[in-house]
Design a binder for this molecule. Structure first.
Ligand code: EPZ
Length: 435
């Protein structure tokens, strides 16, 4: 358990401007892919969050040279990576995105031995579709020794793969291996998330030939090798959405800078539906919520549907809206762990079979001592605390630090009262300061 936690005094409306960081889930794929060439790759707009530090450390441990140009820009050279590297350390097992090293190394070296990925505990999270794709390309894949994924091939041959479920991770991973396979690969029922497109654009900038990313049919014509490139990662759709809900729940007026409004359409549509104003321009989006919002029905779906990664955040908002709302989680099995925390704050939410939340909006939340169950739910609890009456403490914030850069600082700049504290004395000092 963390010693340090957030302390929040709720009640302030957020207002002002916030700069959105690069997309964590795109960066994980792109940084893994950056070792698929011996030439130097420069990646910009890399978010400074703990999952990204973990993947950078991992590619360093297998021999890549990783030079930090500035806080958000890295120069990576994978020429020294050993063909038979085993990718296994605490960081690999901690994060989900480490599984992209299977596709990347299998593509480049025809061999990958990578520890099974970790990540937030939000459901079973199997990798059978990744393995099915690698096998279809001609790799032998074994889960021996236990806890490892070992994939090996004499040659990788392009093929036609139909995904049984729409999976972001499997789509990206198969794409990584297929760009260096012989001939054409077609991935049907592919994920269409913006980060799938971003990884494809990055690979194309390295000389790959990928068409159709962003549709459910991706066509990849294998090339012999990839080359160096310079690339800037797209803005983080989920960080942006989290600030949109933070603005709405505190009845604020917040402008998000460095966003792609089109990636946020499903979130903007829901917010408009319940009474928020959303103003969009090229790379900015403003959320204004002047009053209590209405109820809604939400079903999480693969992109362009409403993202599962925004489900806890919208629940926090609907918990304070008028009327009864329903949220149906269709992607992961255990994504309502935060409900018992919100209940401590006075929310009226019933979860049926871990799939559907029935939310009866209440007038207010009251501050409470809260524990983050995972990354997105942790961020959602913070925004609940911003709207609550009185003080809240949010523990296990290492989850939140996996995916949100400078979260308390950005919120403070919008007028929130939030700080990281480690001791009782620091907590009391915060309370004295903000009362
Ligand atoms: C990615 O996870 C993201 N993680 C998740 O973000 C996100 O919630 C999820 O996509 C859905 O958008 C990363 O990009 C690192 P999936 P991933 O494969 O790739 C099933 C966050 O907070 N499935 O799209 O693991 C799976 O069980 C994190 O940033 C299989 O059955 O998700 C789920 O029901 C949390 N077999 C569905 O597909 C497989 O082989 C979608 O999972 C793979 C997946």
């Amino acid at each position: 358990m963390d010693q340090y936690q957030y302390i929040v005094k709720g009640g302030n409306s957020l207002s002002g401007e916030v700069e959105i960081a690069g997309a964590k889930n795109a960066a994980l794929g792109i940084l893994a892919a950056s070792v698929m060439t011996g030439e130097t790759v420069t990646v910009k707009n890399v978010p400074d969050v703990s999952d990204i530090r973990a993947i950078l450390k991992t590619i360093r441990t297998i021999g890549a040279r990783v030079e930090r140009v500035d806080r958000h820009c890295y120069r990576i050279n994978g020429s020294m990576i050993n063909r038979k590297s085993t990718v296994d350390n605490d960081d690999v097992r901690e994060i989900r995105g480490s599984y992209y090293l299977i596709g990347a190394l299998l593509g480049r070296h025809r061999y990958a031995a990578v520890a099974q990925p970790g990540g937030c505990e939000i459901g079973k999270r199997p990798i059978d579709q990744h393995i099915k794709g690698f096998r279809a390309l001609g790799a032998d894949v074994s889960l021996v020794p236990p806890g490892m994924v070992v994939a090996e091939a004499e040659v990788l041959r392009g093929t036609h793969i139909y995904m049984d479920v729409v999976s972001v991770g499997a789509t990206i991973n198969i794409m990584l291996a297929a760009v260096l396979a012989a001939g054409q690969t077609i991935i049907e029922n592919a994920a269409k998330e913006p980060h799938v497109v971003d990884v494809a654009n990055f690979l194309n900038s390295m000389g790959a030939n990928i068409k159709g990313a962003g549709t459910d049919s991706i066509r990849i014509l294998g090339v012999d090798q990839l080359h160096g490139t310079e690339y800037s990662i797209i803005p983080d759709q989920i960080e942006a959405g989290t600030f949109m809900f933070a603005a709405a729940v505190t009845r604020g007026d917040v402008t998000l800078r460095n966003v792609i409004p089109r990636h946020l359409d499903s979130i903007s549509a829901k917010l408009r539906e319940i009474g928020c104003q959303i103003h969009e321009s090229d790379d900015e989006l403003r959320v204004v919520a002047a009053r209590r919002l209405g109820s809604a029905n939400v079903k999480t779906l693969p992109y362009p549907g409403f993202p599962t990664d925004m489900q806890p955040q919208i629940a926090v908002l609907l918990g304070l809206s008028s009327g009864i709302s329903f949220i149906h989680e269709s992607i992961f099995e255990h994504r309502f762990e935060y409900v018992k925390e919100l209940t401590k704050m006075g929310a009226h939410i019933t979860v049926v079979e871990d799939k559907t939340a029935i939310i009866e909006g209440v007038e207010k939340y009251t501050g409470a001592i809260l524990i983050s169950p995972d990354l997105r739910a942790g961020a959602a609890l913070v925004i609940a605390a911003l709207a609550a009456e009185g003080f809240s403490e949010v523990g296990e914030i290492h989850f939140i630090e996996r995916g949100y850069e400078d979260f308390p600082e950005k919120l403070r700049r919008l007028g929130a009262e939030i700080d990281i504290v480690e001791t009782e004395a620091e907590k009391r000092a915060f309370m004295r300061r903000v009362i």
